[in-house]
Design a protein around this ligand. Structure first.
Ligand SMILES: [Zn+2]
Length: 251
């Protein structure tokens, strides 16, 4: 029988069974209270919820893992990889302390063109402005033992660009991050989860070891490393709350 997983991660219980079948890569965006007038409310996870999620995973025996380890077989403990897309300052502000407290590691996919600025790509679509990490914060993030990856130069929809422009987004972002921060940039995240075979070829050619999509699911050694699956973490939707009520009611 096909099990229907909730679409987004909020709490571990509905995902326990799925997480036994492969390595989950959780995808976060913003760790902050939700402002009133935003379109994609779900992409905000409050600091309190984040702390609760880390505690729940830790106490259930999960250990923090890295993207480089996702495709390796034979690891004993259940693992989870934490990724943050876009490089928001509120992640720096609100997630570093809880991560340090548990000794957990995470990865931020940065948009090098806009480091220290706003999420320009979202503003065009009517989304609320949010500050992105600046260069000093990225250095502190790395200094705290976390990793960075590329999310393209300008947060572009890569399949809508010419291959020449897509190449620039994929190659130049890697080079710029490596030059600016002196850290190897081996992981890529397709903006909007938008990828195609030619785009994936470019990501491979640029020398990235892994690339993350937004396709739902866990990862096994059989998952192609340049199209890894992820699970979006969101503020609970009404449906999820209803499901929780139903489950609690059933006890
Ligand atoms: Zn993004």
């Amino acid at each position: 029988m096909q099990v229907a997983w909730p679409e987004n991660y909020h709490t571990l219980a509905p995902f326990r069974e799925l997480f036994n079948t492969g390595v989950p890569i959780l995808m976060y965006h913003k760790i902050a209270p939700r402002p009133r007038r935003v379109r994609l409310k779900g992409l905000y996870v409050t600091p309190e919820t984040f702390v609760r999620q880390l505690a729940e995973l830790s106490e259930s025996g999960f250990v923090s893992s890295s993207l480089a380890e996702v495709c390796q077989d034979g690891q004993a403990a259940p693992r989870v990889v934490l990724t943050f897309d876009d490089g928001f300052h509120n992640v720096f502000r609100n997630a570093l302390a809880p991560l340090a407290e548990r000794g957990w590691r995470a990865l931020q996919f940065l948009v090098p063109q806009f480091i220290g600025q706003m999420n320009q790509w979202d503003l065009r679509e009517g989304e609320a402005p949010e500050l992105l990490m600046d260069a000093a914060e990225v250095r502190d993030w790395l200094g705290a033992g976390h990793a960075i990856g590329s999310h393209s130069l300008t947060h572009a929809r890569l399949t809508r660009l010419t291959l020449r422009d897509a190449r620039e987004e994929i190659f130049a972002s890697k080079k710029k991050l490596e030059d600016d921060f002196g850290a190897a940039v081996e992981h890529f995240s397709y903006p909007y989860g938008d990828w195609s075979e030619p785009v994936r070829e470019l990501v491979m050619e640029a020398g990235y070891r892994t690339a993350c999509t937004t396709q739902f699911g866990v990862n096994t050694p059989a998952t192609p490393p340049l199209t890894l699956h992820r699970i979006t973490v969101r503020h609970p939707t009404r449906t999820l709350r209803a499901l929780k009520r139903k489950l609690l009611g059933a006890i």
